[in-house]
Design a protein. Structure first.
Length: 302
């Protein structure tokens, strides 16, 4: 009997980097995500096909069901990563791969892989759902990371996320500001490598408890902001704080110094999406700079 699973994509509005060290982060699950379809077979293999947002195959692999050895694949690196995830899920639930004599699995993304909305986190959460295992543990054992993206995969509303003694604390929140029509997400036409970005953050010398406190304070104020100007001030404060720690110029200074609104990096600095405040001129401004993907808050958020 065919099984289907779905997970939401993610965007971290505040708390990037510092959330790894216990800062309070503010995130939204996206209206875009990824599904996973599992069909039992009698082939003796686990046959995997990944489809993009246009239903085109971007990855395929065939694994021996007994030991998950790669029999054939379109991409050895991705196949190895997938093997490690499946082995970890099977370690947490040794009955997983015994439920059938074979499996045909298809994944379907509803967003371009280059967007950085969580092609990995949605996959991990879907595998965890299929395997009936803990998705946060699966992430930690396979990749590492804060886990906020797993929380977004599972929740259907804005949320706060915090690691306390290494344990994820997730709380659903109401975030429906009167100024939300002035919030836009712009893709920077490149995908950032999160592992490299985190490694750079780890190399920096700074007062970690102070950063955690300041970022957490900004997060709380952003969630409760009642005016657009107040929200913009907090965006700029967050950018200045992280710029000093990372020793990286804020994205507005670097790419959009003449933009009339506030701009804040989201997630790993240097790629993926940024958050901008603006109006009916926002789309034309960014498109004139070569950035075609401009999505309103209402369309992006779940």
């Amino acid at each position: 009997m065919k099984k289907e699973f779905y997970s939401n994509g993610k965007l971290l509005i505040s708390g990037e980097y510092a959330v790894l060290d216990g800062a309070l982060g503010f995130a939204i699950p996206s209206s875009y995500g990824q599904s996973l379809h599992v069909t039992p077979t009698t082939s003796g293999f686990l046959e995997w096909t990944s489809l993009d947002e246009n239903d085109k195959i971007w990855f395929s692999a065939k694994f021996d069901l007994k030991d998950l050895r790669v029999v054939s694949t379109s991409d050895e690196t991705i196949a190895k990563t997938l093997t490690s995830l499946l082995l970890e899920a099977n370690a947490q639930n040794p009955l997983l791969l015994t439920e059938s004599d074979g499996f045909q699995i298809e994944t379907h993304l509803t967003f371009p892989r280059s967007w950085g909305l969580g092609s990995s986190s949605t996959l991990i959460n879907n595998i965890a759902q299929w395997g009936r295992v803990d998705a946060f543990q699966l992430l930690q054992n396979a990749f590492g990371g804060s886990g906020y993206d797993i929380a977004c995969a599972q929740y259907n509303s804005p949320l706060t996320y915090q690691l306390k003694d290494g344990n994820p604390q997730v709380e659903k929140i109401d975030f429906d500001p009167i100024f939300k029509q002035h919030l836009f997400f712009i893709h920077l036409n490149q995908k950032q490598n999160s592992k490299e970005a985190i490694a750079n953050y780890r190399e920096q010398q700074f007062d970690k408890p102070q950063l955690v406190k300041e970022v957490s304070d900004i997060t709380k104020k952003m969630i409760g902001a009642s005016t657009l100007s107040g929200f913009e001030t907090l965006m700029e404060e967050h950018e200045a704080l992280l710029s000093k720690v990372l020793k990286i110029q804020p994205v507005k200074q670097r790419l959009f110094p003449d933009y009339f609104g506030a701009i804040k990096s989201l997630g790993a600095w240097g790629g993926d999406f940024v958050l901008a405040t603006g109006d009916d001129k926002t789309r034309s401004y960014f498109k004139s700079k070569g950035f075609e993907t401009v999505i309103s808050y209402s369309k992006m958020s779940l």
